[in-house]
Design a protein around this ligand. Structure first.
Ligand code: NDP
Length: 448
């Protein structure tokens, strides 16, 4: 059986066994079909049934989370943890609290996480979890009671050497703090390494807040440099105004680029003089206001309602940092028509598969999320190292390790793409580089 037949066979079976799980099936399809040349070159992977094994989670934990709201009413949510693959180290990946969370979403995110974590070069396996609980509009006490109820089941399955969750959408420093406190109460211990994204005064890492945005720009800079282009003086369009967007704007500006946009789910700002980050941080981090308020401080800027129009703004580099699916085929066509040189994904899956094809066919340099936004989880792994050593690195030490990691991710993905005949296609390259490391470890471990 050749690589293509094997992939088709495995995928058909995955489709049958996971019917209806669209997000998960899309993610598996995207990865598996890019691996065909690797399988042709390594028939031992086929013989060892590697794809059948890597597409099946090692363990899926699904549990009831009952809690009491401020009115005394009992609420019941669903909790999930997918422990996908531990060939490289403890399962690692965030917890998402959002009404859309279901088994398909956590399996898709967990599957992607295997390869993203492998690309960081650090000893972490892949996992993901969460709940359909929505923290928006809940009181602090309700969030605390929910986090405690969630942890009262999850604690049985996690630990510094087993599974180390972190935050994701809806899970920030507040939720991590409540879950961390309750885990250690249940265990009568002080296991700092059980969660990452912790506060600085109880085991968090300097540089974690900035890591995804900074790492994204380090990756983008390297991708441009490798193609003889400098980020300096380039016009950059960034979407979003949350954690990833803010630190991407900061680093891109420091490196001499001009970032002229940012957005929230209501609309976007265009500031031809370059976005004033202090104004954005004051609105979003201090007042938790809307991006439209930027005009109160910078009256010369422009505000446009709606979020898709941001991709009509002419730029050299586009960096989506808001949410999944924000660049569709037509937005991608507009970007290409307007001469975009590079696109790097800060958010998870911001470009649809059709949009990615438009970029690749248009010869745009394209950094997929799996590679370009891996700085966050890489820094989480550095937090685990510091917790194990019971020691803290300085901001500059963490930042310089992050920069090395992002540079390596770019070149490992690029070299894999070239080696397997994909040229400059970093989407395929990142899948291949991430896969080979996990596959080699799985081969060494035997059938387990
Ligand atoms: P935040 O919640 O801090 O920020 C998200 C931002 O995007 C908010 O400003 C939000 O605005 C805005 N937004 C949401 N929907 C839209 C939309 N349709 N159009 C324009 N703006 C929108 O999240 P993060 O910055 O942490 O995460 C952003 C993305 O990056 C997510 O996909 C996340 O999974 C991914 N990611 C994050 C990592 C991290 O370390 N934080 C690591 C790796 C990936 P509003 O206020 O209106 O909701």
């Amino acid at each position: 059986m050749n690589g293509k037949e094997y992939v088709e066979n495995v995928f058909e079976n995955v489709e049958k066994r996971n019917a209806g799980e669209k997000e998960f099936l899309d993610a598996v399809k995207e990865v598996l079909f890019s691996l065909v040349p690797v399988l042709d070159k390594n028939p031992q992977f086929i013989k060892a049934g590697l794809l059948e094994r890597i597409t099946e989670p090692e363990r899926v934990i699904y549990f009831r989370v009952p809690w009491v709201d401020d009115e005394g009413k009992v609420q019941v949510n669903r909790g999930f943890r997918v422990q996908y693959n531990s060939a490289l180290g403890p399962y690692k990946g965030g917890l998402r609290f959002h009404p859309t969370v279901n088994q398909s979403i956590v399996k898709f995110l967990g599957f992607e996480q295997i390869f993203k974590n492998s690309l960081t070069g650090l000893p972490i396996g892949g996992g993901k979890g969460g709940s359909d609980f929505d923290p928006k509009g809940k009181s602090d006490n309700e969030v605390m009671r929910f986090c405690q109820a969630f942890m009262s089941e999850l604690y049985k399955y996690i630990g510094p050497s087993e599974d180390v969750p972190a935050g994701d959408i809806g899970v920030g420093a507040r939720e991590i703090g409540y879950m961390y406190g309750y885990y250690n109460k249940l265990k009568s211990s002080s296991e700092q390494g059980v969660l990452t994204g912790k506060g600085l005064n109880y085991g968090g890492s300097l540089g974690r807040t900035e890591a995804t945005g900074y790492g994204l720009i380090y990756f983008t800079e390297e991708m441009l440099k490798d193609n003889g282009i400098s980020l300096k003086d380039k016009t950059v369009v960034i979407s979003g105004s949350g954690n990833v967007a803010i630190y991407a704007i900061k680093k891109a500006t420091e490196l001499g680029a001009k970032v002229i946009t940012c957005s929230d789910s209501n609309g976007y700002i265009i500031d031809e003089n370059g976005i004033d980050l202090e104004v954005v941080k004051e609105i979003k981090e201090v007042r938790r206001g809307r991006i439209k308020e930027y005009l109160d401080k910078v009256p010369g800027a422009k505000y446009v309602e709606g979020y898709r129009g941001i991709w009509n703004v002419k730029c050299d580099v586009a960096i989506p940092c808001a949410t999944q699916g924000e660049i569709n085929e037509s937005s991608a066509q507009t970007l290409v028509k307007n001469g975009v040189i590079a696109v790097a994904e800060g958010a998870n899956m911001p470009s649809t598969l059709d949009a990615i094809n438009v970029f690749l066919n248009g010869k745009v340099l394209f950094g997929p999320a799996k590679a370009a936004n891996a700085g966050g989880v890489a820094c989480s792994a550095l937090e685990m190292s510091q917790n194990s050593m019971r020691y803290s690195w300085t901001f500059d030490e963490v930042d310089s390790k992050l920069k090395d990691i992002m540079t390596n991710i770019y070149y490992n993905s690029k070299n894999a793409a070239v080696e397997y005949g994909y040229g400059n296609n970093i989407v395929a390259g990142a899948n291949i580089a991430g896969f080979i490391k996990v596959a080699t470890a799985m081969m060494a471990h035997g059938i387990v």
